[in-house]
Ligand binder design. Structure first.
Ligand code: PHE
Length: 384
């Protein structure tokens, strides 16, 4: 800039108008005046500059700086520098007083014009910056959203809910019982006295004398029958506990679903019908249930039940045993159980069944190791 100022020497910067109307002098002490007529020049740093050129220069410099202002603060600084109370233009206007009277209006008008131009430019630039800031903050509603990661039920819970739905559709009510049980409900009332060999299979976690983590969902049968009279048609799902070593098919914590139906005239064929529905629901169309004699203290007769293998269709494969997949136990409620809850065994009969939910989940999802259901490895679980 200084260079440009410097080069404008010798009045070369004057306009034709300036020449016509008389020369314009700078309002400084260094203004050289000849008698009666202002010299159109000033000495500044050794260079002669016309007042008009100076105004012009302020205009172009000011405009350039306004345009270059990158933010509100910078713009404000430029405004103060040129238009503020001690700004360059204000300074210049103050100096008007030192000009010969006839020259004041010319320079005054010029300077005021520049003042307006700069003020307008500042206002425009302010709007521009505000617009840019607003645009930066604005939400573009056309940008595709980022889908939030959605979870889904655990395959085990999903299976439990599916089982409950199937039984609800068959008219069963879903009930719950405590995970911490007393020996009476877990064993005695289920016709399993302390010295009964069946207790060996139910190696349990004791929390104190007579208090344990339930080893199966069958105690819920007792709690339901204690509380109401037949007809009873319930399923109970929930966690069970046994002191088992963890391997591919066993865990000390697992889930069961228990079914109980008690009324007058209930027989084994009713049970069989329900088992066939389960076989078809989880084994696919054409799947059948198979019952074979077994023993449980609380059912008589007792049976183990299996469904035909949906992998090989019954021919025999890695997943099944000779074409069938064993699911659990079942049978007609033992009269001794009815007696322990005060039901008349001569009047009422009923059936019960119970099986592991993990087993069904593993079959449903092709999971080969039960422990994977409890690892909580998101990479594994996200597949289902
Ligand atoms: N409670 C038995 C078990 O856990 C299963 C069962 C339930 C058997 C109901 C018969 C009737 O092994």
């Amino acid at each position: 800039m200084g260079e440009r100022w410097g080069r404008r020497r010798g009045g070369r910067g004057w306009s034709a108008e300036g020449a016509r109307r008389g020369r314009v002098g700078a309002p400084s002490a260094r203004l050289v005046l000849t008698r009666g007529r202002a010299q159109p020049i000033m000495r500044a740093g050794g260079y002669l500059l016309s007042m008009k050129a100076k105004v012009e220069e302020l205009r172009s410099r000011g405009l350039a700086e306004v345009t270059a202002a990158a933010d509100r603060a910078a713009l404000d600084a430029v405004r103060v520098k040129y238009l503020g109370k001690k700004g360059l233009l204000t300074d210049l206007l103050k100096g008007l007083a030192k000009l010969p009277p006839e020259e004041r209006p010319v320079v005054g008008k010029l300077a005021n014009g520049v003042k307006t131009v700069l003020a307008d430019a500042v206002a425009a630039r302010r709007d521009e910056l505000a617009g840019a800031a607003a645009a930066a903050e604005a939400i573009d509603v056309t940008i595709p959203g980022i889908a939030p990661a959605l979870g889904h039920p655990h395959p085990l819970i999903e299976t439990q809910v599916r089982l409950e739905q199937v039984f609800e559709s068959l008219g069963f009510e879903v009930v719950e019982g405590p995970e911490v049980e007393d020996e009476y409900h877990n064993f005695e009332a289920l016709n399993t006295p302390p010295d009964h060999p069946a207790r060996d299979e139910h190696d349990s976690f004791y929390l104190g004398p007579m208090l344990l983590l339930r080893t199966h969902t069958s105690p819920v049968q007792i709690r339901v029958m204690e509380g109401r009279q037949p007809p009873i048609k319930v399923v109970a799902t929930g966690r069970c506990f046994r002191r088992d070593e963890a391997d591919a098919t066993h865990l000390p914590v697992f889930h069961q679903i228990e079914g109980l139906l008690v009324d007058e005239g209930i027989n084994f064929r009713h049970l069989r019908g329900i088992l066939d529905v389960i076989a078809e629901t989880f084994g696919g169309e054409g799947a059948v249930a198979r019952v074979r004699p077994d023993f449980f203290p609380f059912t008589e007769p007792s049976a183990e039940f299996a469904i035909s293998c949906f992998v090989c269709g019954g021919r025999g494969c890695r997943v099944c045993t000779e074409g069938f997949i064993e699911l659990g136990g079942c049978g007609m409620v033992d009269p001794a159980v009815f007696e322990s809850v005060g039901y008349d065994p001569e009047r009422y009969t009923g059936f019960a069944f119970g099986f592991g939910i993990e087993r069904i989940a593993m079959l449903r999802y092709g999971i080969t190791d039960i422990r994977q259901l409890y690892d909580n490895d998101m990479r594994f679980l996200a597949q289902f």
